[in-house]
Design a protein around this ligand. Structure first.
Ligand SMILES: Cc1cc2nc3c(=O)[nH]c(=O)nc-3n(C[C@H](O)[C@H](O)[C@H](O)COP(=O)(O)O)c2cc1C
Length: 320
C-alpha cells in the first residue's frame, strides 16, 4: 500500500480488494476526469484510496460527436462520450507519471476482441498499475454492452487477459442493467474465469430529449445515465451479487455523493466503491469529505473497522 503524505492514515478505513490494499474504500471511477495524469494525481491527493484511468484501447478513438455530457435534474448526468482515448501507446506516459508519484493506479482496458483486451491489459500491467479493470460495459458503444451481458463472451475475454497479465489482479466492470439475474450470471462466469473483483455498475442505457428542438440532447442520440438517479439500481445489483455468494470482492459504483452513500453500498455487500459523477458535480474535495463522513459514522456507531459493514444490511424478513 502506498501511503499518501497529504492524508492522515486511519487504520479503521483500510481495505483489501483481494491482494490490493487501499488506504480507504473510495476509488476514482474510470473516465470522468479525462486522460491527463493530473486528474488521477489530484483525486489521490484529495484522499481517494486508488484511481482508475480513462478506458484505453489499442488504437486512438475520437469518440462520439457533441454534446457528449448533459446535466439532468437532481444532480444526475447523461453522457455519450464514446470512449475517446489516445490509444495505449500515447496514454502510457500519463499513467506512468501518476504511478511514479506513488498513486495507486488501476488501468481500465478496452478491446474489440479478447486478444486485443489481453494486449492492452498486458501493456497496462507493464506500466505499473495495481490491477486492470476490463470495460465490457459501455452503454453507448453497442458491441461492448452486448459483450458485457453475455457470460460466455465475458469468460473468453477474462481467460485471455488472465493468461497475459502475470498474476496482476483483473477486475470486471458490469454493464448498467436491472436484469439482476443476468448480471449475476456474468459475474459468476467472470469469477470462474479468474477475475479478482466485480465492479458494479457502468452507466445505465438511457435517452433524454430536448422538447424545443425535439431532438436528443446528446450528439450520439442515446447515452448512459449516471449520478444519484442510478444509485438504488446499482445498490440492488451489489446486493444481488453479494447474495449470490461470490467469493471475490464487489466494488459498488453509481451515484455516490456522501460518506453515507458509501456506507449504503457496503451494507449491500460491497468491499469498496468508485465515485464518478460526484467528482464532476461536487467540489473537488469529495474524497476527503466522504472519508471524514465514513470515519464519523464508524465513531458514531462504535464500529472498529469499516469492513465489518460489508453485507450487514438487516433482513426485513419478507420474501416478495
Ligand atoms: C463523463 C463520463 C465518462 C465516463 N467514462 C468512462 C470510461 O471511460 N470507462 C468506464 O468504464 N466508465 C466510464 N464512465 C462510467 C463511470 O466510471 C461510472 O461507472 C458511472 O458513471 C456510474 O458512477 P457515478 O454515478 O458515480 O458516475 C464514465 C462516466 C461519465 C459520467
Amino acid at each position: 500500500m502506498t501511503s499518501n503524505s497529504e492524508v492522515e492514515t486511519d487504520p479503521r478505513l483500510q481495505v483489501k480488494i483481494g491482494s490490493v490494499e487501499l488506504e480507504n474504500p473510495t476509488i476514482l471511477a474510470s473516465g470522468v476526469l479525462g486522460v491527463a495524469s493530473g486528474g488521477l494525481i489530484s483525486a489521490w491527493k484529495d484522499g481517494a484510496g486508488a484511481v482508475v484511468t480513462k478506458t484505453v484501447g489499442l488504437k486512438p478513438r475520437v469518440g462520439h460527436p457533441g454534446p457528449r455530457i448533459v446535466g439532468l435534474h437532481g444532480d444526475s448526468l447523461m453522457n455519450a462520450m464514446g470512449i475517446p482515448n489516445p490509444g495505449i501507446g500515447e496514454y502510457l506516459p500519463e499513467i506512468k507519471a501518476a504511478v511514479k508519484q506513488g498513486v495507486p493506479v488501476i488501468g481500465s482496458a478496452l478491446g474489440s476482441t479478447p486478444k486485443e483486451f489481453a494486449t492492452v491489459a498486458s501493456k497496462l500491467v507493464r506500466s505499473g498499475v495495481l490491477a486492470v479493470e476490463l470495460n465490457v460495459s459501455c452503454p453507448h458503444v453497442d458491441s461492448l454492452y452486448l459483450l458485457g451481458m453475455d457470460p460466455d463472451s465475458v469468460a473468453d475475454v477474462v481467460t485471455q487477459v488472465v493468461g497475459k497479465t502475470k498474476g496482476v489482479p483483473i477486475w470486471i466492470k458490469l454493464p448498467g442493467s436491472t436484469d439482476y439475474p443476468r448480471l449475476v450470471q456474468v459475474a459468476q462466469a467472470a469469477e470462474s474465469a479468474g477475475v479478482a473483483a466485480i465492479v458494479a455498475l457502468n452507466t445505465l442505457p438511457a435517452l433524454a430529449i430536448d422538447t424545443e428542438t425535439q431532438t436528443p440532447l446528446l450528439g450520439a442520440g442515446i447515452g448512459g445515465l449516471s449520478g444519484p438517479a442510478i444509485k438504488p439500481i446499482a445498490v440492488r445489483a451489489v446486493s444481488e451479487l453479494y447474495k449470490a455468494g461470490l467469493k471475490i470482492p464487489i466494488i459498488g459504483v453509481g451515484g455516490i455523493l456522501t460518506g453515507d452513500d458509501v456506507i449504503e453500498y457496503l451494507l449491500a455487500g460491497a468491499t469498496a466503491v468508485e465515485i464518478g459523477t460526484g467528482v464532476l458535480i461536487r467540489e473537488s474535495t469529495i474524497f476527503s469529505k466522504t472519508r471524514k463522513e465514513m470515519a464519523d459514522y464508524l465513531t458514531r456507531h462504535e464500529i472498529q473497522h469499516i469492513s465489518e459493514l460489508t453485507g450487514c444490511m438487516k433482513d426485513v424478513g419478507v420474501n416478495p
